[in-house]
Design a protein around this ligand. Sequence first.
Ligand code: ZN
Length: 517
Amino acid sequence: MHLFALAADSMGGRQTGDIGDWKAQEWVAQQFARAGLKAAGEGGTFFQVIPFRRIAPDMASRISTSTADLAVRADFLPLGQMPLPLDGAHAVFGGSIAYPDSLVDSATAAGHLLVIAVPDSLRGLRRIFEGLGPVRQTPAYRASIGVAVVALDRFAPDIIPQVLAGVLRMDTTFSPPPGARPLVVITPAAASVLLGRELMTARRGMLGPILRGGIRYTAGPLPYPARNIIAVLPGSDSVLSSEYVSISAHHDHVGFSGRPVDHDSVYAYNRVVRPMGADSPMRDATPEEKARVAAIRDSMVRVAPSRPDSVFNGADDDGSGTVGLVELARVLAMGPHPRRSILFVSHAAEERGLLGSSWFTDHPTVARDSIVGEVDMDMIGRGNATDLPKGGPGYLEVVGSKRLSNEYGALLERVNAGEAVPFSFNYEFDVPGHPLQYYCRADHYSYARFGIPAVALSRGEHADYHQVTDEPQYIDYGALAHVATLVRDFTLAVANLDHRPVVDGVRQADPHGPCRQ
Ligand SMILES: [Zn+2]
């Protein structure tokens, strides 16, 4: 039932810097305390504050005409970090992104906000960015004060909270590339407001009404700090207890879009068109696929009415690993303590690029070289045949286990073979060069880059990955407990070894260099 609380809509998708993420941190710390673990964060607390500063769109930004008022998220989405003051300016219709050579000339664009249409066939943030490449070379772009691309209706909803969350850094200095112009993505309705007429009827060079307001960015500390939660179960051996085996998961997720979508429609569409959720490209369904989507949705609404949904609940990602971590704290604290100590780390800001685990391993609260091994759990609650083709009750993706220490990886296999129901390990995502880059995308890597044997365990991606449909009712709780049991037994085996796992793999020369899948 823990997961229903952690992944509730009231947690708002646990975006780093939001109150929902902060509530999740407090909850994890309470669970560690209740299990009887020792606080191992800063100043005798369970917490390690990460001093991020954030540059993000100011949600109070408005773009107004005498008759309408456009708002962030509903009407426009600022991209990049360049403010766009519009007081007294006009929008001009520049043409289509598909024909950059036919955009208006520099005299027509000069001093105006350049509105650019996007053909129906162009969908998704990446393809629109690619399309903007040639636009940036045009005289119209250079003469304009900013560019408004009419494409907000073409973005997958999971993009929106990521953009609004801004960028996290240790300082807030930002200098745009030379010649760059502020960029905003708008809805077709917002384009009509800016141009004073329907986009369909606009001709190149037409000016809209006078504008007020503009886009601002805020820079400063996060409203709610990002924090790692760190606890220790002390080992029983007087010498070896100064060494640690760490277990981790991440408590943050990607927030909420604020643009409600129909839950059952998204669920059905992704099952047919986006089998790996946000990792599958967004595209139009074929007629045959549309029929399948409709059939799935119909079967759902026959059971219960659908509902609007805008919260990325992150039940599997990584609510599943987080409740696994908390449960392991409880179970391991009750049993006889192993010889080495066990370090429990609930990482912050994984979704922002492993920032929490990077911070912890750069600023560890225990001696870094006293960590003899790391086990990360991320998305351990799905993985059945309905979620991925190779899925099933024994499915487990294992990444990184042998890269630094053959002994570490072999021990994991041996412990698994001794389980009541062993998993069959899928190593395909550990293959060097694999395009999905799982080795570099999980928090275990933050440890591995320092030569600490580390493994990432997951039951795999699915159609609800980074979607509003990643909800607790779709989790396989038996599978989640099964993974947690393996992690318990493996952690105990490492913690009770008479020597630390031998590092015989190739250590990365520079821990801060680029990750190589
Ligand atoms: Zn995750």
